[in-house]
Design a protein around this ligand. Structure first.
Ligand SMILES: Cc1cc2nc3c(=O)[nH]c(=O)nc-3n(C[C@H](O)[C@H](O)[C@H](O)COP(=O)(O)O)c2cc1C
Length: 307
């Protein structure tokens, strides 16, 4: 479950977040922070979601069954009042397992297809919609996964016009996951997508990218308010979530820690971990003077130049 190549992209995610420090302020009366958020027309109890993590054979030496992982990730996130996302992979059964998990949760979850051929993506997204999914999308950053192609499952990059056509044909909110530059963020907005995920796939697909917390401010500057802005990569606590929100994200996704909780303790552990991150976020909001998510701005980040 590591990073690709030297691991530089994965390390950059962690280091980028660690570089930001928080301003502690207590001369205020903001003692009950509200962390509720409305995403894709649904009320969530926190702006922290479980990222899509699929492939127990490929990535976890079959530590649990794929069904158990999907149920724990999506079910645990739902139990915590949040939402999880189901992934896709070289084995076409993975997507079907995700649809079943989403259906059992009466749609409380998203499905993220691999960047397959447009007609194959649309076929999967329709199945996800039939299972009731609250949103659907594609991890466009998986365009270079040679292993998928070798397994006979085409993935590849597509021009903006193709994503426009895909967006036009889905009924539920559409997510483009794997945006790392301001120019592509603007293009993603042009497609009509409801949300983007600033992500380098946890450093698992292209070596030597910046950390997501490094590129997020530049992307937020261009597209904040025009699209739901999600981010993942290296979020390991409610404090990290707060930093990402201050840098411009509307909500964050957490990958590896949720999957580790899922394998070790099932849905209960995923819900407990999300609950812990939510508590940390609330505590940190009190100590940085934020009453609600809208009040989380760069002002809460320490700036050495102003010290
Ligand atoms: C084992 C593993 C499997 C993953 N599978 C998928 C997937 O099927 N679809 C997807 O969009 N992202 C997938 N991801 C990427 C995550 O959704 C997320 O972008 C990344 O893990 C975030 O970084 P973090 O683990 O540091 O929180 C996977 C990540 C891991 C570690």
């Amino acid at each position: 479950m590591g990073g690709v190549g030297t691991g530089a992209s994965f390390i950059a995610n962690i280091q980028a977040l660690a570089r930001y420090r928080l301003n502690l302020r207590t001369f205020h009366a903001k003692d009950t922070p509200d962390i509720h958020i409305n995403l894709f027309g649904h009320a969530l109890q926190m702006p922290i979601l479980a990222a899509p993590v699929a492939g127990t054979s490929l990535n976890m030496r079959d530590a649990v069954l794929e069904e158990e992982l999907a149920q724990a990730m999506l079910g645990g996130a739902a139990a915590a009042g949040s939402m999880g996302m189901a992934g896709d992979g070289p084995n076409p059964a993975l997507a079907q397992i995700g649809f079943a998990a989403i259906k059992r949760l009466e749609g409380r979850g998203c499905f993220i297809s691999k960047p397959r051929r447009p007609e194959d993506i649309l076929r999967l997204l329709r199945q996800a919609e039939d299972s009731g999914a609250w949103a659907v999308g594609v991890d466009v950053d998986a365009a270079g996964i040679i292993g998928m192609v070798r397994a006979g499952q085409y993935v590849g990059p597509q021009p903006v016009k193709v994503w426009k056509e895909v967006v036009a044909q889905v009924k539920t909110p559409f997510i483009l996951k794997g945006i790392m530059t301001p120019d592509e963020a603007e293009m993603a907005v042009d497609t009509g997508a409801a949300a983007i995920v600033v992500s380098n796939h946890g450093g698992r697909i292209l070596d030597h990218t910046p950390g997501t917390a490094e590129v997020l401010p530049g992307i937020a500057k261009r597209v904040k308010g025009k699209v739901t802005l999600l981010v993942d990569g290296g979020v390991r606590s409610g404090y990290d979530a707060l930093k990402m929100l201050a840098l411009g994200a509307d909500a964050v996704l957490v990958g590896r820690p949720m999957s580790i909780a899922a394998v070790g303790g099932g849905a209960e552990a995923v819900a407990a971990l999300l609950g812990q991150y939510a508590d940390q976020l609330r505590s940190a909001m009190i100590l940085t003077g934020c009453e609600n998510l809208a009040e989380i701005t760069p002002k809460i980040l320490w700036n050495a130049d102003e010290a």
